[in-house]
Design a protein around this ligand. Sequence first.
Ligand SMILES: Cc1cc2nc3c(=O)[nH]c(=O)nc-3n(C[C@H](O)[C@H](O)[C@H](O)COP(=O)(O)OP(=O)(O)OC[C@H]3O[C@@H](n4cnc5c(N)ncnc54)[C@H](O)[C@@H]3O)c2cc1C
Length: 331
Amino acid sequence: MNRPARVAVIGVGILGASVGWNLSRQGAKVVFIDAGQPGEGVTNWSFSWVNAISKTARKSYFDLNVAGMAAYRELAGTIGPDSWWYPSGHLRWADEPAAEAKLLKTAELLAGWDYRVEVSTGAEVRRSLEPALTMPDEVPVVFYPDEAWVHGRHLVGRLVGHAVASGAELRTGTAVCDIGTGADGSIRTVALSDGSRLDVDMIVNAAGPRASHVAEFVARHLPVRQEPGVITRIGCTQVPVHRAVHAPHIEIRPDGDASVVLHSREIDALIDFGEDPAQLAWLPTAPSPPAGSPRWGQCPPCRATTRPSPTAAPRSGRQLADCLLRRSSAG
Ligand SMILES: Cc1cc2nc3c(=O)[nH]c(=O)nc-3n(C[C@H](O)[C@H](O)[C@H](O)COP(=O)(O)OP(=O)(O)OC[C@H]3O[C@@H](n4cnc5c(N)ncnc54)[C@H](O)[C@@H]3O)c2cc1C
């Protein structure tokens, strides 16, 4: 293909923005399309903790997430870190012996994998890192200095802004409602709910929890497991914490200069969809491949699929863009 590939990025959350920015940097003609506003989907209702410590079930998956963390540092160097990148580390402790033993065992395992970890006490942490936290003086507290949190909406705005400045197009408030294909199955057009139709060569399905629905437009079955959660954002005149903190039962992190975000996996576990899942449709859901499917990989008939995790997004975005453009230049 001699002219630049025309790519429709459907959904402008953390994944769509990352793939689209990478495509645009490599010369593709990108149109970002979002049914709402960029970054205001699940990406805006996430704890957005960038880490590898919750990904230790397999060493290969852990390594993938460590690489994701490195890709963030690189991205911050490329586009600047302002207002979206907070590499302030992560603290956690437990309030009962079994959970504490598990916490320390994980810290030991990760230290053995060359992941930076520091163990101190509640009193030391209050003195040196987080004066406002309440925990027993002697409780062991684990600090992972290389972890971070990201302001997803700001990052999306930054990536899309860069792409648009170099020629990409942004369509917001309009949903993709159909995808036209040629006789050979190749992608030809996307139809939008505002009545317009765009000529494209490729699509990136980054519609988050709606990705299965978008895949149906090309008669593809894309299984997506929905994991709902509750995120609470509270305004405050003085933000009491400086980093992502996993206290017993609750997670807290800053969310800019005037609010904090709270999340509890224990509360998420109580969510019951009951007989009418639509009643809880307002809850953010983390889209994931079903159990047993690859988190990242070639997944025919798609060229590549990935779990759209904020930790992995910059790296996945780069790899997906490379993969798509390789295919397009191969004809
Ligand atoms: C409570 C909770 C806590 C989480 N905490 C973490 C965490 O700490 N760390 C971590 O790594 N992950 C976490 N996650 C997971 C993570 O936040 C999500 O997986 C990720 O943000 C999804 O990003 P996305 O870009 O795929 O989706 P989204 O941000 O939802 O973006 C999809 C976009 O597609 C648009 N769209 C949908 N349909 C169409 C259509 N037909 N046409 C056009 N546009 C369309 C939507 O408007 C939306 O803007 C958490 C998730 C939840 C729910």
